[in-house]
Write a protein that binds this ligand. Structure first.
Ligand code: BGC
Length: 795
């Protein structure tokens, strides 16, 4: 497409003119990356390309596994890096640059971002995903989508849903309970869809609870469109289609890449057999046409020409924002450019950087900075910079000659900067990692280098978490560089010398050991199924719940200065809908400028369902000069307090006290306050299966039951302090079948019908016993409907 075709399509008119065959063909790709054109009606094909952290436009032919070459493009840090910036503004600027590069290359849709949760640290594709926390992933991805789409280019939010591993990714069934899907695996998708309206959503390869995502009407239509209001197009992941007819019926509009005609034939056959209606096909075809229309109109959006240098500079800024300073004992960093003594740079990765992951996201960078060159340039002859490779990247066996050379360099230097990381083949799309550890040879190298010179700064290059606990005491500083894209080398030098202050924060916990992680025993599953048995307890939610020490908590990251938090003020607007404003003051108490990332976690300590101990609900970055203070306000929407009520199929806020924790990481809480919120009506209908407790707590049924029990044996037993609770936990209908129970089963059935639609509350977990059954409802008994330990609702 060229700019002079930048006018849209008349989709309804086209739909009338298209033959059935043409409509069916529109639902299938034309080749690896293009949608099918309808030349006689002037409908062009669109070019879709990976994504997400750079453009991978393949010149001729193609593959979707990153094997073939692609045109040069700026390689920004992959999501694991970008996520550690916690910087939505930066993500939008990166998105704009990606959009500009797409426009320059005639690409209409960039295939990303990927917002799958990091369920296990071993997922081979964690480098392409943002976080273990759905809020953080959703906020950052939405910002990236905003940036790309502002340039008239679409995005593809992927991989929907529950694609959290690479093992058997094309077939495995992610078996996840609904509340966990709603609270953990969906919200990042939901946030991006509702906030940023991505042009397309890509369904995942896997099955969810037994149903292929590519043919799941609940996922692709009921939730995505019905509940979240998605109006774009759903595209298959490349090769995700199993039954094309089922996919069309479920809401999978476009199959990619081309099925070589198979998909089209299946759709036509299904039309003939009436397994699909013409309306089904029209719906999908009109979404393809609407995407083409959007892309054509996008061509009219004015964009700046691509400035390769400016994009490289942005990649450098993004890389510096993405690295996380884990430790910095004795303030060994930043390195003084004018101090005496040599700087020994050790490790092959200083010279041969590991800067992105393998697979479909692999970008052919416009240039590549190495940390070794960048450090030499930064010291600019003021200090001697020596280099020793120390290890070979792809082997796990030590090379004695290289080790000896590295030890000599360390011994002769004032400080050692040691580059360690995962070999490229250790993490990739298509398979999961075998372990969380660094190569043994590299860890051994650290030990001998540190024996020679204890002033060691380790710089890590890894797309997903590695264990640091076994070796980190041998390093005075550890800079977690993730994968930093094409400018990572120069950004690393910026950080090491303090030209830029570190500001990154962990978007995922670094556990002490693999054995502590939430999915032990349940990753990557067996016999075609992976059971998400840990439920809501992903990442820090798990470590919090189990009181497990971690190497570094979620949200952690040091700067070259210090910050103080004060004056917390939490206020709820009257609701519903309620908003809670969290206000505080942050002061830079150190002597360098710095950026603090304020995190707000919400706790719901008393709830009728299990709730994670705390959950990230807002964050804000604040840049401060030494001594400067700023007032920060974060707004929590009502949803920040809600849980998914599975039986009622909706989000509910349970009234009472919520804890607001404000801090610098999930375990570095600086300020705390409570807030009272009014709750939603949680009234379930009273049924014969409700427990006697539930009946007693019911405002109308309770008095009826007390009266019917009278002062007989059962009334006495049910009030007994020792055994009453056990008896009251029995469904009333079962009690009615017991010999001697004074109420018949028929009477219970009638009463249930009578009171079904009236207000009733089932007793909540942890609620106090309802007290004396035989007596009229006391204040205490009435309050048992909600946990008595919960303070009264605010109005
Ligand atoms: C990946 C997608 C990618 C697609 C096209 C698939 O293998 O899972 O993320 O966008 O290929 O390359």
């Amino acid at each position: 497409m060229s700019d002079d075709t930048a006018q849209g399509l008349d989709v309804p008119a086209l739909l009338v003119q298209l033959t059935l065959e043409e409509k069916a063909a529109l639902l299938d790709g034309a080749d690896f990356w293009r949608t099918t054109p309808v030349e006689r009606l002037g409908v062009p094909g669109l070019l879709l390309s990976d994504g997400p952290h750079g453009l991978r436009k393949q010149a001729v032919g193609g593959d979707h596994l990153g094997l073939g070459s692609s045109v040069p493009a700026t390689c920004f840090p992959p999501a694991a890096g970008l996520a550690s910036s916690w910087d939505t503004g930066l993500l939008t600027r990166v998105g704009e640059a990606l959009g500009r590069e797409c426009r320059a290359q005639g690409v209409s849709v960039l295939l990303g971002p990927g917002v799958n949760m990091k369920r296990s640290p071993l997922c081979g594709r964690n480098f392409e995903y943002f976080s273990e926390d759905p809020l953080l992933a959703g906020e950052l991805a939405a910002a990236l989508v905003d940036g790309v789409q502002s340039q008239g280019v679409g995005t593809s939010l992927k991989h929907f849903a529950a694609n959290n591993q690479e093992t058997d990714r094309m077939t495995v069934s992610a078996d996840v309970d609904e509340r966990t899907l709603r609270e953990i695996y969906f919200p990042a998708f939901e946030r991006v869809v509702t906030r940023s309206e991505p042009w397309t959503v890509m369904c995942s390869y896997n099955r969810v609870n037994g149903v292929y995502a590519s043919e799941d009407p609940w996922l692709l239509t009921d939730v995505l469109r019905g509940e979240w209001g998605f109006e774009g197009l759903v595209v298959s992941d490349w090769g995700a289609v199993s039954r094309r007819d089922a996919g069309v019926a479920a809401g999978l509009d476009l199959e990619m890449p081309s099925s070589s005609g198979g998909g089209t034939r299946t759709v036509l056959e299904a039309l003939r057999s009436e397994a699909l209606s013409e309306a089904d096909v029209d719906r999908a075809a009109s979404r393809v046409l609407a995407l083409v229309d959007r892309a054509l109109r996008g061509q009219a959006v004015p964009v700046e020409a691509v400035d390769v240098d400016a994009h490289h500079a942005l990649a450098r800024e993004a890389a510096a924002a993405s690295a996380v300073l884990l430790k910095n004992d004795g303030a060994i960093l930043p390195l003084d450019p004018d101090a005496a003594g040599a700087v020994a740079v050790v490790g092959e990765m200083a010279r041969t950087p590991r800067f992105q992951g393998a697979g479909s996201s692999q970008v052919n960078p416009t240039r590549l900075d190495t940390a070794l060159d960048a450090l030499r340039a930064a010291f600019d002859g003021r200090r001697e910079v020596t280099f020793a490779p120390g290890y070979r990247v792809e082997t796990d066996a030590a090379d004695p000659a290289l080790v000896e050379e590295a030890v000599r360099a360390a011994d002769a230097a004032e400080v050692v900067v040691l580059f360690l990381g995962l070999p490229p083949s250790w993490e990739s799309e298509g398979y999961d990692r075998a372990s969380m550890d660094l190569p043994t040879a590299q860890v051994e190298l650290l030990h001998v280098v540190a024996d020679a010179n204890p002033r060691v700064v380790v710089v890590l290059s890894n797309g997903s978490v590695v264990t640091v606990a076994p070796w980190q005491d041998r390093a005075q500083a550890v800079l977690e560089g993730w994968l930093l894209g094409q400018a990572g080398g120069s950004a690393t030098a910026d950080l090491l010398l303090g030209a830029v202050g570190p500001s990154g924060r962990l978007a995922e916990t670094i556990p002490v050991r693999y054995e502590d992680t939430p999915t032990i025993g349940a990753f990557p599953g067996e016999h075609g199924h992976v059971r998400y048995g840990e439920g809501l307890l992903i990442g820090y939610r798990w470590y919090d719940a189990h009181r497990l020490p971690v190497a570094y908590p979620f949200g952690h990251g040091l700067t070259y200065t210090t910050f103080a938090y004060s004056d917390l003020d939490v206020s709820a607007s009257p609701g519903p809908p309620t908003e809670v404003d969290v206000r505080l003051t942050v002061t830079n108490t150190g002597d360098r400028a710095g950026l603090e990332t304020v995190q707000v976690y919400v706790a719901d300590p008393e709830a009728s369902v299990y709730r994670p101990e705390q959950e990230l609900r807002a964050f804000a970055r604040v840049a401060l000069q030494p001594g400067e203070s700023a007032s920060v306000t974060l707004v929590l929407a009502r949803r920040a307090f809600a849980f998914w009520h599975t039986p009622q199929g909706r989000w509910v806020v349970e009234g009472g006290t919520f804890g607001i924790r404000v801090g610098a990481s999930s375990s570095d809480v600086r300020l705390e306050a409570d807030v009272q919120l009014s709750g939603d009506d949680l009234t379930p209908p009273l049924t014969v299966e409700a427990t006697a407790d539930a009946w007693l707590a019911h405002p109308q049924a309770g008095p009826w039951l007390r009266q019917s029990l009278g002062d007989g044996e059962f009334a006495r037993l049910m009030s007994d302090p020792r055994n009453g609770q056990m008896l009251r936990a029995v469904p009333l209908q079962r009690l009615s079948r017991m010999p001697g129970f004074p109420i018949s089963e028929e009477q219970v059935t009638h009463a249930a019908a009578r009171y079904a639609d009236r207000a009733a509350l089932l007793p909540m977990r942890g609620a106090a016993p309802p007290g004396d059954v035989a007596s009229p409802p006391s204040a205490h008994a009435a309050s048992s409907a909600t946990p008595s330990s919960r303070p009264p609702r605010s109005t």
